[in-house]
Design a protein around this ligand. Structure first.
Ligand SMILES: Nc1ncnc2c1ncn2[C@@H]1O[C@H](COP(=O)(O)OP(=O)(O)OP(=O)(O)O)[C@@H](O)[C@H]1O
Ligand SMILES: [Mg+2]
Length: 1022
């Protein structure tokens, strides 16, 4: 809050400097007092005004409200003072203050040397508040929208629209605070806005109603409703009041307010005003009349009650001064008067007295309540108190007093509230979990969180269903909730608060051993701080000291305490925590990589952060947790951006990048990976580290292979193998061999693949790598199958399987199995093909593995007659490969689907698929499938348009001859033979069919020879 006096200069000109200063002294006095009344801090004198903070350096609940109340009190006092002054000196201009208020975070620190220490607040919030003051008209208070939102309903405001403010890009909405409304608490405001339908609490309501019955029968009862902030004390009271509305009882309510602790008798005055129907704005005379009339109706003794009553109601000339007595005696009389009024009232009609929020009660009221409580057992009085758990009452145990402890809502009840607030029961599961986790059954938090989720458009309604639209990490704790929590944290003793803040950086849960090492406190002192935190129910303890673990009772408390740490301090603490974890677990650091990465990532030790992010990334890859791996990788890369580009850091970056191949592949994000590799290729080249460069090229080549850019792949991967082998890097050489083999295989250079396998096996002798081994052997198996050498194909695959099984690597088992499935489909052993396909799907641990496995199974199903199922599965897989740009996997899939449709007599669809597949296969040079697609296209037009079929079969035959894919060649011959037969060309028909039969028999392909023999048998004699 900034507060400035209007027209000081003309005043001093008129009165002379000396008198002007006397006036300004008075003005300061008023300002300081009115700030203190609401527990604000004046932290700067600005020449002719002040700057004051509310809620800083010590957090206060309702800080924005206090600031406005304080400003209104200032205007009031100033008007009085100005009138007084003008009575004395006629020509003095009226003195008016301009006040500006804004709410937000400020950095508060002490500045200056030992001689002069003062609080200094800096930052945007401070600047904007000052600008508000600059805008304000004399005698008014201007506030920003932020302050307005937090106090809406509690005051009357005038909206002044948006204004352009220096130093702010967007215009700022400004409001003028006019006067307090009749509402005084958060609950009043929510009640005015419309309450969330009441959930649960049947039992508690029942208890209160029972109590009323007993009170009505003359057995006075008292209840204390207690809970943490926001759990629903006021709401329960409200519901109770509603429930008894039709009964013939008097219901009076009094309240302690967050800023009224210094106002003696506050809640009692409330009750008296309600009882005697005294309104805001009633003059002394009216109050006196109402009080007199009321006392008469009650039949109370006027002489012993009226003066005390009037004194409490701040009526001038209450008459109390005329009665000579000491303050102690006066207090006793007030108590007595109050009790009389209550008991007399209850004789006319049962009386319910409710006192809210005793945690803010003033001492004098507390004594009176204790006294009243003692006198109700025989009266028709029901007393209800509400207070937060931290308040400890002093009235001891009484048989007619019961405690009603409100627990947080259950998940079910919370969700009922949420569905009311959102107007639908349809929530995404993750949204539901997020809300439950953040709010933990505190209704106030639920309401505020949902409001801010809506305001910030973090959730959105779509067809009656709510879902999260943004990153949840962007959700900040609503200011209202922060206020409540921070006020509690700040009320802790200084050392304890510091400890709480420190450990908030560790996490929601933490072991004693960590805290012990983190602080330099002596054991005894530390334990005493912890016990304060336990007693105030901020933490609870699990296990037995010294093995105990502590848990923040509420996640939000941890967050708020953590957010209250300055960035610099946070960084220090995180670095310290990292150090402690390293020291505590020197033997098993792997277990803590993620945690260490987390803490160092938030410290200034970026170097260490990168180191642990890297390790956490490697660990995740090993565990096949690729999403997590990718996150760690990205964090590490981002941190590396902030480090100087030294030789070492470049190495780290390239090594990191190289290790992500499998992760990006499994996540089907090869395109993204390729972009990264391309971006850093120049860096990798200039590093002058052939071993690393070889590994790098291996990954680049892998991408080329997946995109079906075989020439580029072979060129890059050949370089990779050379570099790695030259540098003795067997592991990455192995990796490059994998994709080199498969690239050659796709291109149809089968002898190359088999030759590479021999080189590869030699490399593996230096350093065995399961992954490369399985993949290279699978490539060899595939090549044998292409060549129609079935036994060798199975033999190679079997070797790969044995190795994968030995290490129980499901991803690799799945790979071998889907490859086996394809081999068996080609061979025509379809029962086996289905079995292998099913195994592959079952074992596949990741979406990428699964897609490949399903491709094989779908095709095996199609071939074995389960067309519908097969086509469905293949169709479902297609978009996965397309999205991931897995061209080399998409090509066979298109062909399989084409064949499926062909078998299902869906000729049009079949042709479409096959033509597309053919086009892609030719573009990439994937020879086998170019031949495959052409043969099937030939089959598809064989019946209807034989002339068109001829070139298709001929091209197919040419390809298979060239790459020596014998079995496919025989299939093509068969088709070509049938085509001739159809055209009545018997001799060539016989010739091609015989060639086919000869190959099938030689390869020992099952089924096919018999089919060919049948066609041959039906050929007419030449
Ligand atoms: N059982 C409930 N069902 C629905 N809404 C509830 C329930 N309990 C509380 N609320 C809502 O939650 C908000 C907070 O409740 P309330 O103000 O009664 O808490 P409190 O315990 O009095 O908090 P404080 O200690 O700050 O006074 C209110 O808006 C209230 O209407
Ligand atoms: Mg309340």
């Amino acid at each position: 809050m900034f507060c400035d006096m209007e027209g000081f200069t003309p005043l001093s000109e008129m009165l002379g400097i000396e008198e002007a200063y006397a006036i300004i002294d008075r003005v300061y006095e008023i300002l300081i007092h009115k700030v203190h009344d609401y527990e604000g801090t004046v932290n700067e004198m600005t020449g002719d005004g002040i700057m004051a903070l509310f809620g800083a350096p010590v957090a206060l609940e309702d800080a924005p409200q206090r600031a406005i109340r304080s400003s209104l009190a200032i205007h009031r006092e100033m008007a009085k003072f100005s009138d007084q002054l003008r009575q004395e000196k006629k020509d003095v201009p009226p003195i008016k203050m301009r006040v500006g208020i804004h709410t937000g975070p400020v950095v508060v620190g002490t500045v200056g040397n030992d001689l002069r220490v003062e609080f200094k607040a800096v930052g945007d919030t401070v600047n904007l508040a000052s600008r508000m003051e600059g805008q304000a008209q004399p005698g008014t208070t201007y506030i920003t929208e932020d302050t307005f939102k937090l106090t809406e309903g509690l005051f009357r405001f005038e909206g002044l629209g948006q204004r352009v403010i220096k130093g702010k890009q967007a215009p700022v909405s400004i409001y003028r605070a006019i006067a307090p409304s009749t509402m005084r608490t958060r609950f009043d405001v929510s009640a005015e806005r419309g309450l969330t339908p009441f959930a649960g609490r049947e039992r508690e309501l029942e208890l209160l109603l029972d109590g009323l019955e007993r009170s009505k029968a003359g057995r006075g009862q008292a209840f204390s409703i207690t809970s943490e902030a926001g759990v629903g004390k006021s709401r329960l009271l409200y519901e109770f009041r509603k429930a008894v509305a039709s009964e013939d009882v008097t219901f009076l309510e009094g309240r302690c307010l967050s800023y009224s602790r210094g106002v003696a008798y506050h809640p009692l005055i409330d009750i008296l005003k309600a009882n005697f129907d005294i309104q805001e704005g009633d003059g002394d005379l009216e109050i006196r009349e109402k009080a007199k009339r009321g006392l008469k109706m009650l039949g109370a003794d006027e002489a012993s009650t009226l003066p005390y009553l009037l004194e409490l109601l701040a009526v001038k000339d209450s008459g109390i001064d005329k009665i000579p007595m000491c303050p102690e005696a006066k207090k006793n009389r007030i108590m007595e008067a109050f009790k009389q009024i209550a008991l007399k009232g209850s004789e006319i009609r049962p009386l319910i007295l409710a006192y809210e929020d005793l945690h803010w009660i003033d001492k004098s009221s507390e004594e009176i309540l204790k006294y009243v409580l003692g006198s109700i057992p025989g009266a028709r009085v029901l007393l209800i108190f509400t207070y937060r758990s931290e308040f400890v009452h002093t009235w001891g145990a009484k048989s007619y007093h019961s405690q009603v402890m409100l627990n947080r809502l259950s998940n079910r009840e919370s969700l009922i509230m949420v569905s009311h607030l959102l107007g639908t029961e349809e929530l995404d599961k993750d949204l539901e979990e997020f809300i439950l986790e953040k709010t933990e059954g505190v209704p106030f938090f639920i309401e505020e969180l949902i409001r801010s989720l809506k305001d910030l458009k973090i959730i959105e309604r779509e067809n009656n269903r709510y879902r999260i639209t943004k990153d949840i990490k962007e959700v900040t704790i609503p200011a209202t909730v922060q206020d409540v929590i921070m006020a509690r944290v700040d009320s802790l003793p200084e050392g304890t608060k510091g400890l709480l803040q420190t450990i908030s950086a560790v996490g929601r849960e933490f072991g004693y051993d960590i805290i012990k090492r983190l602080t330099d406190l002596a054991e005894q002192e530390l334990l005493s701080h912890l016990s304060v935190l336990k007693d105030s129910e901020l933490l609870y303890e699990r296990g037995i000291y010294p093995q105990s673990t502590y848990v923040f009772k509420h996640a939000l408390t941890q967050e708020v305490a953590y957010n209250s740490l300055l960035l610099k301090r946070r960084k220090e603490i995180h670095a310290q925590i990292g150090g402690v974890i390293e020291a505590l677990y020197p033997d098993r650091p792997e277990e803590y990589y993620e945690l260490l990465a987390y803490h160092y990532g938030r410290s200034a030790s970026t170097d260490k952060a990168v180191q642990y992010l890297d390790l956490a990334n490697q660990k995740s890859i090993k565990l096949n947790a690729m999403e997590e791996a990718k996150t760690y990788f990205e964090e590490a890369m981002a941190l590396l951006d902030t480090l100087p580009e030294t030789e070492e850091n470049r190495q780290r970056r390239i090594s990191l990048l190289v290790r992500q191949g499998e992760a990006f592949m499994q996540l089907l994000k090869i395109l993204e990976y390729y972009d990264l590799l391309s971006r850093y290729e120049p860096m990798a080249r200039v590093l002058g580290n052939p071993e690393l460069l070889g590994a790098f090229y291996g990954r680049l080549g892998q991408c080329h292979f997946i995109f079906g850019h075989y020439d580029q792949a072979i060129e890059t991967l050949t370089k990779a193998v050379e570099l790695c082998q030259g540098a003795g890097n067997a592991e990455d050489a192995g990796h490059a061999y994998v994709y080199l083999s498969w690239s050659h295989s796709d291109r149809g250079d089968y002898h190359q693949v088999l030759a590479l396998k021999e080189d590869f096996l030699q490399t593996m002798e230096q350093s065995f790598n399961l992954h490369s081994y399985t993949w290279v052997l699978s490539a060899a198996s595939r090549v044998y199958a292409c060549l129609g050498r079935w036994d060798e194909a199975v033999e190679e695959a079997q070797k790969a399987l044995t190795a994968a099984e030995e290490f129980s690597d499901n991803s690799l088992i799945s790979l071998v199995a889907w490859n086996m499935s394809i081999v068996h489909t080609w061979k025509g052993d379809l029962a086996r093909a289905v079995e292998w396909g099913e195994l592959a799907v079952e074992k596949a641990p990741t979406p990428a593995d699964k897609a490949l496995a399903q491709r094989s199974l779908g095709w095996a199903w199609c071939r074995s007659g389960e067309l519908k199922r097969g086509i469905e599965l293949l169709t479902a897989v297609l978009p996965i490969f397309r999205a991931g740009q897995f061209i080399n996997s998409e090509i066979p899939l298109m062909c399989f689907l084409g064949e499926g449709h062909l078998l299902a007599a869906e000729d049009e669809k079949a042709r479409q698929m096959l033509e597309e597949g053919l086009e892609m296969a030719e573009r990439c040079g994937f020879r086998y499938y170019a031949g495959f697609a052409q043969r099937l296209l030939g089959e598809s037009v064989l019946k209807t348009n034989p002339t068109q079929a001829t070139p298709l079969f001929e091209k197919s035959i040419a390809i298979f001859q060239e790459i020596k894919a014998e079995n496919q060649l025989a299939m093509a011959y068969t088709g070509y033979g049938r085509l001739h037969k159809k055209q009545g060309e018997i001799a060539p028909a016989r010739e091609y069919l015989t060639k086919a039969l000869e190959i099938f028999e030689r390869l020992a392909t099952p089924i096919e020879p018999n089919k060919v023999r049948k066609v041959l048998a039906k050929l007419p004699e030449a």
